[in-house]
Write a protein that binds this ligand. Structure first.
Ligand code: ATP
Ligand code: MG
Length: 371
């Protein structure tokens, strides 16, 4: 597992109030990771599952995804379809062959998800293409039976690589994220045409550029399981970069970027990042271009130090995504003139993509965003 840090710089700032080692005024005792996470969850103590997920929501849960750290269920609240990401924490045994995260280790994912979600309220820099965070809760107890049933159904349908979550007892702690439902991941999504795929690429590049500008953000793990796609009735997806408006033809689709476990950002003079050096196996993967990207990112760091801002990592992931759109996706209308001409444009863009230093430079200087 990689280690995550909240690295303060010299001056005290609002973010440091939350993230740097602090002491209680009355007792002089240090504020713990548990207290910081509970503060983020606006709770004083962990709550039971029944308080976090209403019976109506629980009964509609369907498992839709999984990762090493957690299980993801789709359900709906009174207003919208949502995704619940449930991550066991603090236990002293391995889950899915990995040690469970501690309160301190889960804090960065909470903060980064929130900061990126706030970009949809931004002004000078605005993007609505990061997954919306509705709620974050700290929960304690056994895994609900209804969710175990849904876990089994997913396992029969798709085959799960995770441990069945009946291994947890009454004392187990979890972080439950309630995200907006971002739709289907790029890996499984079927495009009607290449214009749609180009729009997905443009939206992703735009979102990365906005977060670079506002937060010195690097995603550092933007494989096609972490780009979600849903349909939209809006003709255009808009973002603001440095007060400049950009309009991208949506072709009926909208992107949501997810999964900030490896991400890096800076806010109020504090840098939050994950020390990828702590997990050398991340750089050993073979087969897919995805695994080369981790090695290429490492080459951009000096002495495997993951704290400094190196926005070229965002360009490396854009290059990977463009490669997937060109070489791993199929398009129904691939015989048409429109397809061939769009493919030629995308290919020529792809050839020059790696010469850009950041997603911002891709957006500002590249002809693909003017299509
Ligand atoms: N908000 C969402 N809307 C729809 N589907 C989602 C959402 N969040 C996650 N998913 C689905 O669940 C899968 C796993 O989620 P995610 O990538 O956040 O977790 P993870 O892979 O466990 O993270 P990690 O890389 O930290 O292990 C995604 O690939 C996606 O299919
Ligand atoms: Mg993921």
């Amino acid at each position: 597992m990689s280690d995550c840090y909240w690295q303060p710089m010299l001056d005290v700032s609002p973010a440091q109030e939350v993230f740097t080692p602090k002491k209680h005024k009355d007792t002089g005792l240090p504020v713990t990771g548990r207290e910081k996470v509970l503060q983020q969850c606006e709770q004083t103590n962990p709550i039971p599952f029944t308080e976090c997920i209403s019976p109506a929501m629980l009964n509609k849960c369907v498992k839709i995804g999984e990762g090493v750290y957690g299980e993801v269920f789709r359900t709906s609240n009174r207003r919208q379809s949502v995704a619940l990401k449930i991550i066991p924490i603090e236990g002293d045994f391995e889950v899915n062959d990995e040690p469970q995260k501690t309160f301190d280790e889960i804090l960065p994912e909470i903060v980064i998800s929130r900061e990126l979600s706030y970009l949809s309220e931004g002004d000078v820099n605005y993007s609505n293409n990061y997954i919306g965070v509705n709620n974050v809760s700290c929960v304690q107890g056994r895994y609900p039976e209804t969710l175990l049933t849904q876990w089994d159904k997913y396992d029969s349908r798709k085959g799960s690589e995770n441990d069945r979550p009946d291994i947890f007892d009454d004392e187990q702690l979890y972080i439950v994220f309630e995200f907006a439902d971002g739709g289907q991941d790029l890996e499984s999504f079927e495009f009607n045409n290449l214009q749609q795929a180009i729009s997905i690429f443009q939206q992703t590049a735009g979102a990365l550029a906005v977060a670079e500008k506002e937060l010195e953000f690097e995603h550092r793990d933007l494989h096609w399981g972490n780009v979600l796609i849903r349909s939209t009735k809006q003709d255009h997806v808009i973002f603001y970069l440095d007060d400049q408006e950009y309009r991208i033809a949506s072709h009926g689709l909208e992107v949501s970027i997810i999964d900030f476990t490896l991400s890096r950002l800076q806010k109020d003079e504090c840098t939050i990042f994950c020390d990828l050096a702590a997990d050398p196996t991340l750089f050993d993967g073979a087969g897919d271009y995805q695994f080369q990207i981790y090695r290429n990112m490492k080459k951009k760091t000096s002495i495997n130090n993951w704290e400094p801002y190196e926005p070229h990592t965002n360009v490396l992931w854009l290059h990977y995504l463009a490669d997937k759109l060109i070489n791993s996706k199929t398009y129904q209308d691939s015989d048409t003139k429109a397809h061939k001409s769009a493919l030629a444009t995308l290919r020529s863009f792809y050839r020059h993509l790696l010469s850009h230093s950041s997603a911002e430079q891709v957006v500002v200087e590249s002809e693909l965003l003017d299509l």
